[in-house]
Write a protein that binds this ligand. Structure first.
Ligand code: GAP
Length: 456
């Protein structure tokens, strides 16, 4: 894949209502995006499958939904207000643009000093010493704007799962090993955003803090890495487009003993999609020290008190969204055989999304729109199916063109109401991937049949 593919994905996202630049009519705002009608449905389906997999199906994980703004002491304890959560920044004196130092290439040649870099924008040699830039987004809480009312938007969801450790234990009687899960908005004042929704300033994280006896940390690290990877594969992402990358000791976050990323082969190259970290007892210890509340775990048998270790699998929902779009995007040059719709024989786009992720599950298409009995019947089918699935009704253009429109947004099933329907109350169901219409299905049996196809 290449940059051209990325441009096609961005343009498809805008044209079909997956993603729009935020505040576009005012020229946008860098690093912020809006999910459109189809994008919101797809994103919701991703989160639904994540919750089903990691909360609903598991006995050892509970869900919370913490606030975005927390007491500022949380960020002192977690280390986010110190150098631990800062990137190195340099500014080009000529074009005034700012860049993340660690994303710039070292200059080769004796004439260059170690920290000199070439400005990616204007080519000037930047000679300044990089300075630390904290990534926390700030705001004020209450009517007075001073140091005391300064607050921060969370840069990760993890911290409310640590600060609520005792609340969860007391209210839900969980025993080690167990996890707290959360999906939520996070904010980082990134120096450079880019690659569409890959690096933005507002994004969603889905993560689990899995508390375990310290002696089992390695075992659960390996188990969670497998769980995380398996989940991404379960969403239909191709195995060959994923690889693992262990962080070097010197690159580890301030809280981590070990971190391994799952990288995806994005159109712009291999980059981090998800990760698993061993946060040890760093966070629970820090919060105990800073708050004065002990966050130790009391073992029932033996009465031993200790700080559990934490294994943290994490994934950015927006990056997963981009991964799913990029992985599902396919073009069939010269058009698909068998369905006459494409007289110019242009390349046809098919989003081969996992059927449960597709924003629209079924499209209802009357064969013709100028025969009242057919459109009336089609509306009845539309009304019936909407009780069970997200359905789109489309009567504009030739039937082939309408199939193409549904393929482009990944709709797995198209139900067509034709002249035979008026005789025997049956319809055809076309499958996106095979383009086949296996058998005629009775309208009354449609919901059950489509559910069965989805489960298969
Ligand atoms: N609690 C651990 C944590 O926050 P992280 O690797 O900094 O770890 C978690 O972030 C995930 O959030 C990443 O794996 C990535 O998918 C996503 N992510 C991080 N920064 C992002 C950004 N600026 N824009 C979009 N997604 C981002």
């Amino acid at each position: 894949m290449d940059n051209n593919t990325m441009q096609k994905i961005i343009s498809l996202s805008k044209r079909r209502g997956f993603i729009f630049p935020s505040s576009e009519i005012y020229g946008g705002i860098e690093g912020f995006w809006d999910y459109g009608p189809l994008g919101s449905l797809l994103k919701n389906n991703i989160k639904k499958l994540w919750l089903e997999n990691f909360v609903q199906k598991r006995k050892d994980i509970v869900l919370i939904d913490g606030s975005v703004i927390m007491n500022t002491k949380v960020w002192q304890a977690s280390g986010h207000l110190s150098a631990g959560f800062a990137d190195e920044l340099v500014e080009c004196k000529k074009c005034k643009k700012r860049f993340r130092f660690d994303h710039m290439e070292e200059l080769k040649g004796k004439e260059f000093e170690k920290n000199w870099r070439k400005c990616p924008e204007c080519g000037e040699i930047i000679k300044e010493i990089p300075r630390k830039f904290n990534l926390m987004l700030k705001t004020f809480v209450g009517a007075i704007e001073d140091d005391a009312s300064r607050a921060y938007l969370r840069p990760e969801t993890a911290q409310s799962m640590f600060t609520n450790f005792k609340n969860v234990l007391n209210s839900s009687r969980m025993k080690l090993p167990f996890g707290i899960a959360q999906i939520g908005k996070s904010f980082r004042n990134e120096i450079n955003t880019g690659n569409f929704i890959f690096r933005s300033r507002e994004f969603e994280i889905a993560e689990i803090e899995y508390f375990t006896n310290p002696k089992d940390d390695e075992k659960f690290f390996d188990l969670w890495f497998k769980e995380w990877n398996d989940f991404i594969l379960k969403l239909g992402v191709k195995k060959g487009n994923l690889r693992e990358k262990e962080h070097k000791k010197e690159d580890l976050a301030h809280y981590s003993k070990r971190t391994t990323d799952i990288e995806y082969n994005f159109p712009f190259g291999w980059s981090e999609l998800a990760g698993v970290a061993n946060r040890t007892d760093f966070d629970l210890k820090q919060h105990s020290e800073f708050s004065g509340e002990s966050l130790k775990y009391l073992e029932e048998e033996g009465g031993k008190e200790f700080f559990p270790y934490v294994i943290e699998p994490t994934i950015g929902i927006d990056r997963l969204f981009l991964t799913i779009l990029a992985d599902a995007y396919s073009e069939i040059s010269g058009g698909r055989a068998g369905e006459k719709s494409n007289t110019k024989q242009e390349a046809e786009v098919v989003l081969k999304l996992h059927k449960k992720l597709a924003p629209i599950t079924v499209a209802v298409l009357p064969l013709v729109k100028n025969k009242k009995e057919i459109t009336k019947k089609s509306e009845q089918v539309y009304d019936l199916l909407r009780n069970y699935f997200v359905v789109q009704y489309d009567e504009t253009g030739s039937i082939g063109r309408r199939y193409r429109r549904q393929d482009e947004i990944g709709t797995p099933y198209c139900v067509t109401i034709d002249f035979d329907t008026l005789e025997d109350d049956t319809v055809t169901v076309r499958d996106r991937d095979t383009m086949k219409q296996e058998e005629r299905v009775k309208i009354s049996e449609l919901p059950e049949k489509i559910q069965k196809y989805l489960n298969d």
